[in-house]
Ligand binder design. Structure first.
Ligand code: PLP
Length: 438
């Protein structure tokens, strides 16, 4: 029997329980295969992947060197207990530490991003002897006990069962929670607000501030230039650890290995997943600073996972990071972001009335869509759904969140592919501006 889109969709709807969904309302897109920045279905319809799936395929789909490394590792050793020493795990950890700034020495591996945050939080609590974790309302940190409660977005609310979490407003000048009119004002007021939250929650009770340096799912929110430095200073003043969640922004997406490198600031723990191996095999982890590593030389770390440092994941990390270095993938993300993509999105923002703002760095951008530029009224959910379907019909797989299109192609995206993506966006935004702009 030949495989068809209908067959795969029917199998899915009958047996698969999906994430974050009302199961009865789903009509999933069928994907048969992929290569580089392109995916296709069983009818041969092709899509330019401007979502990188869930913003994870930084190296693109089906990179031959990564696939070869996974196959080779599968022939050698497919699984090993975390307590054993294993070559692939050591090589993967070494490469990650080499890409981190000075002052980081070890890597704890997890299965993905949420459990990486979970373990970073646990390390911070154990290291400081304090309980509370502060994180931003505009954030996403994952879907496990503490990670979902650290998350600020509304998916937190039905899942609030972990203890010791408090939230603060992070800067977002376009929709300022601080009535700020420029970036400097937004920065100062956001830092003053964070200081007040620390004072009110009790500095002596706070183990860590957990932050995405550039919040991703919340809208690719570029922080004001000195915000992260200000957060670092507050953390230092009160003896609080700083955890940067680089799960979405890390490993090349912003045109640097880590997003925080743009802001001249260093955290105490770095949480990663997604781009570290483009998700070819599930993996995540925590890069641990020298001081915290030394602490756990003398103290027990009460945490672990059966698949911590799984050989297939580790081999894929080694091959991914080597290929990214050899092929200049991070440099490509920076070049495309500053050039054709960044400039192209600026042009779309000028030309189309429903674009309220474009922002981002590297291949990590968002277009914020509004029905009225003056009032900044977010475009309605039904208009956004129409836009998503129009983009798909034109052959682009978009990442749509609330009233935004996140423009997040793989870091390997070529100039020609970027131009093609921009042309599709141009068409659809033109059509939709005529229909939906006030
Ligand atoms: N942290 C950030 C910043 C994320 O964007 C995500 C997922 O999108 C996570 C954590 C959770 O990662 P995972 O879904 O791999 O558990």
């Amino acid at each position: 029997m030949t495989t068809t889109n209908d067959l795969v969709r029917q199998l899915d709807r009958q047996y698969v329980f999906h994430s974050w969904s009302q199961q009865g309302q789903l009509d999933p897109l069928v994907i048969a295969g992929a290569k580089g920045c392109r995916m296709w279905d069983y009818a041969g319809k092709e899509y330019l992947d401007f979502s990188s799936q869930l913003v994870n395929t930084n190296i693109g789909h089906q990179h031959p060197k990564v696939i070869a490394a996974i196959k080779e590792q599968a022939e050698t050793l497919t699984t090993v207990a975390p307590a054993h020493a294993n070559l692939a795990r050591g090589e993967a950890a070494k490469r990650i530490v080499e890409r981190a700034p000075q002052g980081f020495s070890k890597v704890f591996f997890t299965n993905a991003g949420a459990d990486a945050n979970e373990n970073a939080i646990r390390m911070a609590r154990s290291y400081t002897g304090r309980d509370k974790i502060l994180s931003a309302y505009r954030s996403y940190h994952g879907n496990t006990g503490s990670a979902i409660v650290a998350t600020g977005d509304p998916r937190r609310v039905p899942n609030e069962f972990a203890r010791g979490h408090a939230h603060f407003f992070n800067p977002y000048l376009y929709r300022s929670d601080f009535w700020a009119s420029d970036e400097q004002e937004e920065c100062q007021r956001a830092l003053q607000h964070l200081r007040r939250v620390i004072e009110c929650e009790g500095p002596g009770a706070i183990a860590a501030i957990l932050l995405e340096p550039i919040p991703g799912t919340a809208g690719v929110l570029m922080p004001p230039a000195n915000y992260l430095k200000g957060v670092r200073a507050l953390a230092d003043e009160f003896g609080i650890l700083l955890i940067f969640d680089e799960v979405m922004a890390g490993f090349g997406r912003t045109g640097r290995w880590f997003a925080f490198e743009h802001f001249d600031v260093t955290p105490d723990l770095i949480v990663f997943a997604k781009g570290v191996n483009s998700g070819y095999v599930p993996a995540g982890g925590v890069v641990v600073s020298d001081a915290i590593s030394r602490h756990f030389d003398e103290h027990m770390f009460f945490g672990g996972l059966t698949y911590s440092g799984h050989p297939l994941a580790m081999a894929s990390i080694v091959a991914t990071l080597d290929a990214m270095r050899d092929e200049g993938v991070v440099e490509n993300a920076a070049r495309i972001g500053e050039g054709v993509l960044g400039q192209g999105l600026e042009r779309l923002a000028r030309e189309h009335a429903i674009v309220g703002e474009t922002r981002g760095r590297g291949v990590f951008h968002a277009l914020e869509l509004v029905s009225d530029r003056e009032s900044r009224t977010p475009l309605s959910a039904s208009a956004m759904s129409e836009i998503k379907h129009a983009l798909l019909a034109e052959g682009m797989l978009p990442f749509v969140a609330e009233n935004r299109i996140h423009v997040v192609p793989p870091c390997i995206v070529s100039e020609a592919e970027t131009q093609q993506g921009l042309a599709i966006l141009d068409n659809v935004l033109g059509e939709m501006s005529a229909k939906h702009a006030a």
